[in-house]
Design a protein around this ligand. Structure first.
Ligand code: ATP
Ligand code: MG
Length: 382
């Protein structure tokens, strides 16, 4: 008799039809990747995945943040006979504080005795009632569900731990995330990654107006994201020349929007260079002057690929909650300046008109500026 972890995949993976095998294989590979360096055994029993290790807690902590894992349960493996199952079911619940329970059985091993699943549940339930005082069966709203899985072996458990969910990382294409040092963009990156999209990051650095520490902070944020993705690339693109040119040659109230068009161009250009299919940002509709519908439309005008804004409909407080939950908040709030905050116009345009913006930036050598910035970028493989 030993304890194992039962790994339950997100139910969406089961909807993938013919692609299901690919999703499962990717998920399995990603689980193995987070467990690298540990001693463990990966056990498959009639389609269910179990992990065994001397260090079960550590395995559990690592596996529950793998995208595509919906739940992890600590189970006890017993011989597939009804007496062994009954004995373990009593162990499972006898010291708990629950008053009501029910037993749920899932039987893949049809050779197992003459009982069907319902009969197993009834028989185990009756045994619990006889052996543990003060418990009642409640089939509708039980405080505790004792689960019995009958495969080659039998498994009994009652503790379920919610895992991160989502879809296996790397199964849903790729995106170039504009990663600033703020609260929003790391959350946006996490949300894209959680849907299985491979994330690379670009940061626009305005040295010397933004400090080395601001850059380090962005690297730290990318490293936190890496905890979920396994690896991550960060492109640090020098942005000072572009900003200086805009300040020199364009109207003050148009600085931000023109700057954002440059950010978008560079992100697309990098995406194209590295075969990345889309761009993502941490923008949310109406959050600041540049994030009006008109502002977003004018930015997207220079994009040659889909632009995803997973936070578009989220409130700031909710974004902050996610950032605390995923562990980026404490780093995001460190007080280092961002390139957007150093040259902020007093009255930025909130309803830019596309034709006007195209014309306004026509005084700049756009292609040269973009090319120059990319030629001078630094690449970090974190
Ligand atoms: P964040 O909290 O992500 O910084 P924000 O609320 O401060 O967002 P803005 O500064 O307007 O909003 O930036 C909007 C989005 O533009 C960011 O979410 C990010 O995707 C991108 N962005 C802004 N500044 C930079 C930068 N220096 N480098 C890379 N991307 C940036
Ligand atoms: Mg910002």
């Amino acid at each position: 008799m030993r304890k194992l972890i039962l790994v339950k995949c997100a139910s969406e993976i089961f909807l993938k039809g013919l692609n299901r095998n690919k999703f499962e294989k990717k998920l399995k590979d990603n689980i193995k990747k987070v467990l690298e360096g540990m001693e463990y055994e990966f056990i498959t029993d009639s389609g269910r995945w179990f992990l065994y290790s001397e260090n079960l807690e550590e395995v559990l902590d690592r596996v529950k943040i793998v995208f595509g894992v919906a739940e992890v349960c600590i189970v006890t493996e017993v011989e597939p006979n009804i007496d062994a199952i009954k004995t373990q079911a009593v162990e499972e619940i006898k010291n708990s504080e629950f008053n009501t329970f029910k037993v749920e059985t899932n039987r893949a091993n049809k050779q197992f005795s003459e009982m069907n699943s319902l009969e197993v549940s009834r028989s185990v339930g009756a045994h619990i009632l006889k052996n543990v005082e003060g418990l009642k069966v409640d089939v509708h709203k039980p405080q505790c569900i004792v689960n019995v899985e009958i495969r080659e072996k039998a498994y009994v458990y009652s503790k379920r731990i919610k895992a991160v969910g989502g879809l296996p990382y790397g199964m849903n294409g790729s995106t170039m995330l504009m990663l600033s040092g703020g609260i929003d963009s790391p959350v946006a990156g996490y949300m894209m990654a959680r849907r299985g999209v491979e994330v690379s990051c670009v940061y626009y650095h305005s040295h010397p107006y933004t400090s080395e520490r601001a850059k380090e902070k962005v690297k730290d944020l990318a490293r936190i994201l890496k905890g979920y993705t396994g690896s991550i690339k960060l492109y640090v693109v020098p942005f000072t020349d572009i900003q200086m040119q805009i300040i020199e040659k364009c109207r003050e109230d148009e600085l931000t929007i023109i700057m954002r068009r440059f950010m978008m161009r560079i992100a697309c250009s990098l995406a194209s260079k590295y075969g990345i299919q889309s761009v993502s940002t941490g923008e949310s509709i109406g959050q600041v002057a540049s994030q009006t519908m008109e502002g977003l439309v004018v930015s997207d005008d220079v994009s040659d690929r889909p632009v995803f804004r997973p936070l578009v409909a989220m409130d700031k407080v909710d974004i902050m909650d996610v950032s605390r939950q995923i562990g980026t908040y404490e780093t995001s709030i460190l007080p280092y300046e961002d390139c957007c905050t150093i040259f902020v116009p007093k009255h930025p345009k909130t309803k830019p008109i596309l034709e006007q913006m195209r014309k306004a930036e026509g005084v700049l050598e756009i292609d040269n500026l973009v090319e120059e910035a990319i030629n001078n970028m630094e690449i970090y493989d974190l």
